[in-house]
Write a protein of this length. Structure first.
Length: 115
């Protein structure tokens, strides 16, 4: 059985990576999971993003989307429009919950960070 501390430790690592996503860039749940050496844990990254809203220190959870650039986590924000508004304030255009020019805005921690 998995210890709850394992999830907390993993969540802390997720928050650390998300905090490094540059302004105006986005990444995916799966990219974060792969960077952390747990490629099959994209869903757990999503759970961490859901928890990010309760943290004392802000984590830019709005910069984490699904692998196709869809705002699948938008319902976990204050309003369903908040995620899009935050991205728009950074110059990221969203149409019908999909990031336009996704590859232009995509940031891959596996290419940008060294463990």
């Amino acid at each position: 059985m998995k210890d709850k501390r394992d999830n907390r430790d993993f969540f802390e690592k997720v928050f650390a990576v998300v905090s490094l996503i540059p302004y105006g860039k986005v990444t995916s749940y799966g990219a974060i999971a792969r960077y952390l050496g747990s490629g099959s844990s994209a869903r757990t990254v999503g759970w961490a993003m859901n928890m990010a809203h309760s943290l004392e220190d802000a984590v830019p959870a709005h910069r984490v989307v699904n692998r196709n650039g869809l705002l699948t986590g938008k319902h976990h924000f204050e309003t369903p429009e908040t995620m899009e508004k935050l991205l728009a304030s950074e110059g990221v255009v969203v149409v019908n919950d999909a990031i336009q020019n996704f590859q232009q805005h995509y940031w891959d921690p596996n290419l940008s960070l060294v463990i």
